[in-house]
Design a protein around this ligand. Structure first.
Ligand code: SF4
Length: 290
């Protein structure tokens, strides 16, 4: 049986850096709080938890003082930094540089665009941590759109500035941008393509990869946005694609009548988990041919 791991899968550099900062800090102190899951992968969160990382939600954060808190790669709105300043919270800021730059672009765009009565639009998932951080750059005024079906929320007689959550798909972004330009009534529409290429470049690669195997095992945490998006792409190319979050979810029946398996995952899936999945498939294949 052919068993292959997609070489483009595994953590993106933003996640690698956040984990590095957490590990580095935990060498100097016993406890480090992390605002939200450091990565949407339970196995990796469990590993870091054993080393002293404590994941907290925003509700708990806004009751804390005198602590050290890591901000993960998704980034945070200005209110988080403000609260930390007022409550003696030391922040280890692991916001991905790509997200930081995007926050800055939106903040500057908002400050200069306000005078023109512009509307700020973010193509993204409502309530997603990164999107909350981006909306925070516009004092909460940006309108979040998940797709073209929500365009009636906009006033097409006012200028529009469009940005994207970094992990959205380029195709969806261009569809939305084209529709905005088509509907705008004699007003400027500024399109800022802010999709992260770490994810975007995986799309054509994962399409090709999915087409080469009889079965695709897509490994990702359930909470990962890019995980869902990349899995849907696998599924559209190869209907025999299975989404699993852990080795326990592997079903031996899936490989009963096939000869090739491709294993891939999201930007939050550790390479070692893909290797463990490959190992289990290998053992199941040996059993099958006994
Ligand atoms: S997907 Fe891109 S923007 Fe998001 S954390 Fe990874 S490198 Fe940074």
């Amino acid at each position: 049986m052919i068993i292959e791991i997609d070489q483009n899968s595994g953590f993106c550099f933003g996640v690698v850096e956040a984990i590095r900062k957490a590990e580095e800090t935990l060498l100097q102190q016993d406890v480090l709080y992390c605002l939200g899951d450091i990565v949407h992968n339970d196995a990796e969160v469990d590993r870091l938890t054993k080393n002293g990382l404590i994941t907290i939600d925003h509700e708990r954060f806004f009751t804390m003082k005198d602590a050290t808190v890591l901000l993960r790669a998704h980034g945070e709105p200005p209110s988080t930094y403000e609260y930390a300043r007022q409550n003696n919270i030391r922040l280890i800021d692991a916001t991905c540089p790509v997200v930081l730059k995007l926050q800055q672009r939106i903040r500057l765009g908002y400050e200069s665009g306000k005078a023109n009565n512009a509307q700020f639009v973010i193509f993204g998932k409502k309530g997603h941590a990164e999107v909350n951080g981006l909306v925070g750059q516009t004092k909460g005024e940006a309108i979040v759109l998940e797709g073209t079906s929500e365009l009636d929320k906009l006033d097409f007689t006012r200028p529009i500035e469009l940005y994207s959550q970094t992990t959205k798909d380029l195709e969806g972004f261009h569809l939305l941008a084209d529709e905005l330009e088509r509907r705008a009534i004699n007003v400027p529409v500024k399109i800022h393509d802010t999709v992260c290429r770490q994810v975007a470049h995986r799309i054509p690669a994962i399409r090709q990869f999915s087409a080469r195997f009889e079965l695709i095992l897509f490994v990702s945490g359930l909470k990962s946005s890019n995980g869902k998006m990349l899995y849907n792409i696998c599924k559209s190319v190869n209907p025999n694609s299975k989404f699993i979050s852990s080795i326990e979810e592997l079903d031996a029946r899936w490989i009963e009548s096939i000869d090739s398996v491709g294993i891939c995952g999201a930007t939050s899936t550790p390479k070692n988990l893909l290797e463990e999945v490959a190992e289990v498939v290998r053992k199941l294949a040996i059993e099958k041919f006994k």
